[in-house]
Each structure stands twice: as structure tokens, then as C-alpha cells.
Design a binder for this molecule. Structure first.
Ligand SMILES: Nc1ncnc2c1ncn2[C@@H]1O[C@H](COP(=O)(O)OP(=O)(O)O)[C@@H](O)[C@H]1O
Ligand SMILES: [Mg+2]
Length: 230
């Protein structure tokens, strides 16, 4: 049987018994080295779907979920969130919500330090991630003094030091200027080249030009995108 990096099977979800279904029988497959885009209007359930894919729903945020998510063929239901965080990285709209430290290098060290990596392994992860993203010049900078695009790349770098295989971007270009968007798109193409599986969720279609294929999330269902969002 073909194994996907991440596969959602028959996902249906509502936040409570007396609220409507946000997602209805969603199926999605993320492959290695592939960029999948999802476009949908605000409130269509994009962030809800992401939280199910990375395990935050139902492990931290509760609701009524049917269906399953498989990581490399294994159901994530019994996996700890701390384990999933080493496999699936999520980048949000606002890098300020993700960045904690006044120095890029400390930010990048935080994840592996938390997971008790050996110091030499932490340095190695920082070196290779900084090189891959070409952010060595930002290494000792304060993330609060760089551009929005650079800040988002630092947020990405701090997730990549965990060596995740799957990256999910939740409207990560919303607050970023055109130059910053180019930086992020280039970084995403590098991740693709490395064989990572990438999911980009956007309400702005123009941010999805790097995607290999695009789906539309509408009325709780996912369908191949045919050029019209509404
Ligand atoms: N924690 C929550 N509890 C209840 N309803 C929620 C919660 N989070 C989001 N919703 C509702 O679910 C719907 C989809 O939201 P969301 O997944 O954030 O959409 P999108 O990311 O596409 O804007 C919205 O109607 C929103 O109000
Ligand atoms: Mg959202």
C-alpha cells in the first residue's frame, strides 16, 4: 500500500454538538517533495483543518471529530503532541506569536533544547538550517529589528531545527510585503527540494503560485480548485 507523509481520511468535524459541521468528509494526501495548496474564504475552516492535521484538535482543542489522520501510514490518534511537533511544523499568520527570544540563534535553539538534544546536535541543527535558508546574516540579529518576511523566515527556521518532515503554513504571508513573500516562497521551494511535504493554506490565491496542486475548501468540503474561490 502506498504510504503518504500525511493522509487525512474521511474527516468530519464540528466544535460542539449544536454547532454546524465545519468539515464534511475531507480526504487529503500530502506526499514528500510536494507542495499542496488549499484556498478558501475566511471562516471556511482552513485553520480548523490544519489543527486536525497537526493533532492540536482533538488533543488540545476539543470537538467532535470523525475520521483519521495518518503520519507515514500510522494513525496519529495515539501519538503525543510533543512527538507530533517533531514531525509536523506549523507556521502561522503572525510571526510575533511564534517568536519568543531577542536573538535568532536562541530562537532556533529553543525547540531542540526543549527536547533535550545534546549541545553539539543543537549547534549542528542551527548551522545546517541557517545554511539551507541562507539566513546566516540574521543569526545574531534581534528578530524584532528585521523585516516581516525575514521574521517569518526566522519563525520557519526555529521550527525546522526540529527537522520536521512536514511543514504547514497557515496564511503565513498575510502580514508580509512582496519582498518578504518572495523570501518565503523561495524557502518553501528549498524545503520541497529537500523532500519535505508542504501544505500552504491561503485565502490569497496569488500566494499559491509555488503549489503543485490546489484545492478549494468550501462548505466544509475539499475539491480541486478550478479558478473561482466563492
Ligand atoms: N475554537 C473554536 N470554537 C468554536 N468555533 C470555532 C473555533 N475556532 C473556529 N471556529 C469557527 O469555525 C469556523 C471556521 O474557522 P477557521 O477554521 O478559523 O476558518 P479559516 O481559517 O478558514 O478562516 C468559523 O465559523 C469559526 O468561527
Ligand atoms: Mg485561519
Amino acid at each position: 500500500m502506498l504510504q503518504y507523509a500525511l493522509e487525512a481520511k474521511n474527516l468530519s468535524f464540528r466544535y460542539s454538538h449544536n454547532s454546524p459541521f465545519i468539515l464534511k468528509n475531507i480526504n487529503l494526501k500530502l506526499r514528500k517533495g510536494e507542495i499542496t495548496g488549499i484556498v478558501g474564504l475566511s471562516g471556511s475552516g482552513k485553520s480548523t483543518l490544519i489543527q486536525i492535521l497537526n493533532g492540536v484538535i482533538p488533543k488540545r482543542v476539543t470537538g467532535f471529530l470523525d475520521g483519521s489522520v495518518y503520519l507515514n501510514g500510522v494513525d496519529i490518534a495515539d501519538m503525543e503532541l510533543s512527538y507530533l511537533a517533531r514531525k509536523i511544523g506549523t507556521i502561522f499568520q503572525d510571526p510575533d506569536c511564534q517568536i519568543l527570544f531577542p536573538c535568532t540563534e536562541d530562537e532556533m535553539a529553543f525547540g531542540p533544547e526543549n527536547l533535550c538534544y545534546e549541545p553539539y546536535a543543537i549547534i549542528e541543527r542551527i548551522n545546517s538550517t541557517a545554511k539551507m535558508l541562507a539566513i546566516e546574516p540574521l543569526r545574531y540579529r534581534n528578530p524584532n529589528t528585521v523585516s516581516g518576511g525575514e521574521k517569518q523566515i526566522i519563525a520557519l527556521a526555529s521550527v525546522l531545527t526540529l527537522n520536521v518532515g512536514i511543514m504547514i503554513f497557515d496564511e503565513s504571508m498575510s502580514f508580509i510585503d512582496d519582498r518578504g513573500k518572495e523570501l518565503i516562497k523561495n524557502a518553501i521551494l528549498k524545503l520541497k527540494k529537500q523532500g519535505k511535504s508542504i501544505l500552504m493554506v491561503e485565502h490569497d490565491l496569488s500566494n499559491l503560485e509555488v503549489a503543485d496542486h490546489i484545492f478549494l475548501l468550501k462548505n466544509g468540503t475539499l475539491e480541486p480548485f478550478k479558478g473561482v474561490i466563492e
